[in-house]
Design a protein around this ligand. Structure first.
Ligand code: GLU
Length: 412
């Protein structure tokens, strides 16, 4: 593939805030595009109308802006394949659906949801996996848009290559008659993303592991539609700090903007997020964005789950803070001073920053670490300070333990 033909996309559903887990897919797609001098596209997958969260689309834009993941085409800025919001593309999906109907590869689902649930229950009772195609109607009604439109799959063994997971193959038992268009007229993700990726000339589909189980159905659908699949790259799960659970909100999957509000540097967040499942094969842990663009490669993304360790993020953020000049640090911390610092001038504040820079992990710590410097001492307080060996502020300034302690490397 010519590198300028590389077109990657980040295609989130606006169902909540962006946390380090979901934005990682966006970052990896962006790195692949920027390395190849290709295009990075932001598409909004909003066809599941029941899960929409108001404001999630703007939140997403704010996150990618702050992290510096600039995009070339998108639902906010348009581009040659606009619109990039799936709910505005309903007309685009219709001819593709019709093509399948005409070829006898799609049919109206005549059952009520209760009937489909009963089939599901039957399968459970007989301890067999549920397959809709076992109940494929013999004479389906003409599809009038009020019933779901289903794909008539061609169950067979399938093999494909995944840029991260390697060569994969599955048997016919995992291929089923998936829904293409729901009874509300909106396409499913399963159908819409295939059409959009094809129409938008996407070269690499980079997405989370939760889609791997459905990939055999996608391969089957690509074939029926006569579409050559793009390069598929499946990212490993991000695991919570402890155990084998996927990272969830409860286990610390925090809003990206909350990290920014607490005074984490965007470049440290990018460095940290890139390391969730990727390394360059050396011991290097600190990467600038430019280095990541140069060094990132899908074939060094690991197959197994990547551990989320917030201590590592703190350490990395501290490392990026230490690289800043005092002037630049001073500029960045403008919103983090405590009110009592107001009457102090820039020179003094910079001196204070110089004293704490070595051990600062994130900017929201500044008031606590600098309180002492902005309190007019009384004679008594000075005496107390000097003589109290447990004094918190003095101890902190002397505390090199944190700085020299590097948390364990990300488990790979
Ligand atoms: N809309 C999907 C999601 O938010 C994206 C999957 C994909 O990248 O294809 O999980």
């Amino acid at each position: 593939m010519k590198s300028q033909n590389v077109r990657t996309r980040y295609a989130p559903s606006p169902t909540g805030y962006q946390h380090v887990g979901n934005i990682r897919t966006g970052l990896f797609a962006w790195l692949v595009a920027r390395q190849a001098k290709g295009k990075f596209i932001v598409r909004l997958e909003d066809t599941d109308r029941s899960r929409l969260v108001e404001g999630a689309d703007q939140h997403l834009l704010e996150c990618i802006r702050i992290l510096g993941l600039d995009h070339d085409e998108g639902f906010d800025i348009g581009g040659p394949y606009a619109p990039y919001r799936q709910s505005e593309r309903l007309e685009t999906y219709k001819p593709w659906a019709q093509k399948l109907i005409d070829a006898g590869r799609a049919y109206a689902d005549p059952y009520t949801p209760e009937e489909v649930n009963a089939f599901r229950q039957q399968a459970r009772d007989s301890k067999k996996p549920f397959l809709y195609r076992n109940h494929r109607p013999e004479n389906p009604p003409v599809w009038d848009g009020t019933q779901p439109l289903r794909f008539k799959s061609d169950p067979k063994p399938q093999s494909w290559h995944d840029a991260v997971m390697g060569d994969l193959s599955t048997g016919p038992e995992v291929v089923d008659d998936i829904i293409l268009i729901k009874s509300d007229g909106f396409p499913t993700y399963n159908f819409a993303h295939i059409i959009d990726d094809a129409e938008m000339q996407i070269s690499h589909v980079i997405r989370g592991q939760e889609f791997l189980a459905s990939t055999p159905n996608y391969i089957n659908l690509y074939e029926a539609l006569g579409i050559t699949p793009p390069i598929l790259a499946t990212m490993p799960h991000i695991l919570a700090t402890e155990g084998n659970k996927k990272l969830s909100k409860r286990d610390g999957a925090k809003d990206v903007l909350d990290y920014i509000r607490e005074g984490f540097l965007p470049e440290a967040l990018v460095n940290f997020i890139a390391s969730l499942g990727w390394n360059d094969g050396t011991e290097q842990e600190e990467f600038s964005v430019a280095e990541l663009i140069e060094k990132f490669s899908l074939d060094r993304v690991q197959k197994s789950g990547a551990r989320f360790d917030e201590k590592r993020l703190l350490w990395l953020n501290g490392a990026h803070i230490r690289k800043l000049s005092i002037d630049s640090l001073y500029e960045k911390v403008a919103d983090f001073w405590q009110p009592s610092s107001e009457s102090y001038d820039e020179t003094y504040k910079k001196q204070v920053l110089g004293l704490i820079q070595e051990r600062l992990k994130f900017f929201a710590e500044i008031p606590e670490l600098t309180e002492f410097f902005f309190t007019e001492p009384t004679d008594a307080s000075v005496t107390e300070l000097l003589h109290d060996p447990k004094n918190k502020q003095l101890r902190k300034l002397d505390d090199t333990e944190y700085r020299d302690h590097k948390p364990p490397q990300a488990r790979r």
